[in-house]
Design a binder for this molecule. Sequence first.
Ligand code: GLN
Ligand code: ZN
Length: 761
Amino acid sequence: MRTHTLGFPRIGENREQKTLIENYWKSTLTLPELVDGGKKQRLRNWAIQKEAGIQILPVGDFSSYDHILDMALMLGVVPPRFAGDAPGVNRMFRMARGEDGANAVTPLEMTKWFDTNYHYLVPELEAPTVFKPDVSPLLAQIDEAIAAGYTPKAVIPGPLSFLWLSKTTDGSDKWQFLHALTEAYISILAELSTRCSYIQIDEPIFALDLPEDIRASFPDVYSRLRSATKAVLILASYFAGFDDNLVTAITLPVDVLHLDLARAPQDLDRALKLIADGKATKDISLSLGLVNGRNVWKVNAEHAIAEAKKAVAALGRNRVWIGSSCSLLHSPVDLDAEKNLPAEVKEWLAFAKQKCAEIRLIAETVDDSPSEWAVTELEKNRQAQISREKSPLLHDPAVEKRVAAVDQAMLHRSKAYSDRIESQRVSIGLDILPTTTIGSFPQTPAIRGARSQFKNGKISESDYQAAMKQAIEETIREQEKLGLDVLVHGEAERNDMVEYFGEQLAGFAFTANGWVQSYGTRCVKPPILYGDVSRPRPMTVEWITYAQSLTDKPVKGMLTGPVTIACWSFVRDDIPQETVLKQLALAVRDEVVDLEKAGIKVIQVDEPALREGLPLRKAHQDEYLRYAVEAFRLATSGVQDQTQIHTHMCYCDYHQIIDPIADMDADVISLEASRSGMELLDVFADNAYPNEAGPGVYDIHSPRVPSAEEIESLLKKAVETMPVERIWVNPDCGLKTRNWEETRASLANMVKAAEKVRQIC
Ligand code: GLN
Ligand code: ZN
């Protein structure tokens, strides 16, 4: 039985690649050193997988920035604005990151990879696109693997997913390129087959609701691809079930179909049935993605082995592969490196390296005479399952009781927005077009320095607190000088908007090194939510009330919402997500109520990840939106009418979910809008959003300082779209990644623009 992974993390056990690439950007590392470092990382990744028992190793999963960008480059898809760049690493980084100054250029657009927190770069096409395949970089990597004695499997995104994820920049229909793109893939596959007997083609769009014509184009494309190669073709989709795409997928002329059985266990029976009924490609094999690449829990080996046995009984050993559900890109690298996790919790976990061993365990145990190693490991796995099931660490009866007692009344403010807004305006004292920010202010070297000194025990807790208070005071003074209306404390004390809260809540554990790539060299370290969640004591009240004590202006309390905390954590899978959200919501609710008690009149509960958690399949979206919205309402409905609840969202398009967002019933929502020149404003047209809204007036992702005039014209657009008394003026998102100089100048222009527009309204 063959074992494989769909891909392995690229960043390195200690984020070596991040350091390497960033040093290259800073010119403290040469190009040959960068190239050499990449090669070493690949060899290391293969060695880890091979040692853990994986037979067929992915090549092409490694990337110095993003694998979709790499594929675009392999196809010669380079936007005209980069035409003057010499091919190579520097052009690739310029496409990924853009450049300021004399050689200024805008990067490719970055967007979320399906329902993950990974971001890919959107390839740009325009007519006439001529694909010029260049497989040499991938071939070189395959040669590296062969030279090291490994059995390589080339991994590339498939043509239909590539096109689906691309965009045209000239308004033309991207699907016109399908024929030419398929030709390019034919030559790529032909070249790959000269070196490599396995090729994995990823078509994750099978996890989506596909338009009929797109689905219908698979057979022709794949029969052409098939004719290009005699290699074993593995077709992979992941992140959701094949559902209505299964019949199409399983009849394509490929050798192996990969199923994500972590997300869609039902796909196995369906696939076996189609095969048994002769409704599948003759002799097709199945790759069983039994080991979850999206979460950190140990596989339930007994269950997985039973599934594998079922497949073997139906197809025979030779036609069953065991693998990860998706690329292990979405898992931290190595649990062995974690020294500070609670021992009991650590027992329940598996990171990428450990997941490889789980794959081997499943494959070996399906045999009638499993090795001694497999027998021991299986027993260990069984013990870990029992330990987790029975652990008192998971359960807090008080929390479970509270969750059970949540009723409808707790999900509603006592009055409707229209009846509470007047009392809020009076209590807070606001003019029209009030100005505010999203919460964070620059995380200066002084702030970061104090935090790392505190973590390393170099300064005392009281010194650290004093440093944070100083940063808060400076931030308040700056905002007063700027003339902002609703101030914030600036979030100096927060390392991260989820980790900060997780650290103070019961039910969370933290890794020292559990990094996962988010985009480029940016990594996140999601907390592990393993048990019932509660809030032992107030989390933010001291900081916010300190900030409020410094000024007569209202200071906005700043919290992360339950949905976002869950989306950006590794969440337990032993209870329904809805219950996890309710627990988080009750904890946030306690904090909201305590802030109100402490005299805070405006409280913002950020939910930037609300859209991200949306299931890929429409059939599951309504249910998610219902309980996500309810969680937000549960978190925010414990306050009096005159307390104003804000929320903030970014990173996404809201058109599709504006009704559920309106159902959240926040008094004010701020959201990202400036990058699209306020095109997004039409989500607010025709009262689609019935409460108040602050469509972001400038992009905080760039150091550019917007002029007062351009902000003014965006505000005028806003005023034309919705009633002026419901509009707020704010940037797109938090300012923590900017420096003070840019921040001051930008906010001064924002305040000036608001004053101007106020005068004409
Ligand atoms: N309040 C957070 C901040 O300003 C919001 C961050 C976010 O939306 N991602 O940093
Ligand atoms: Zn944001």
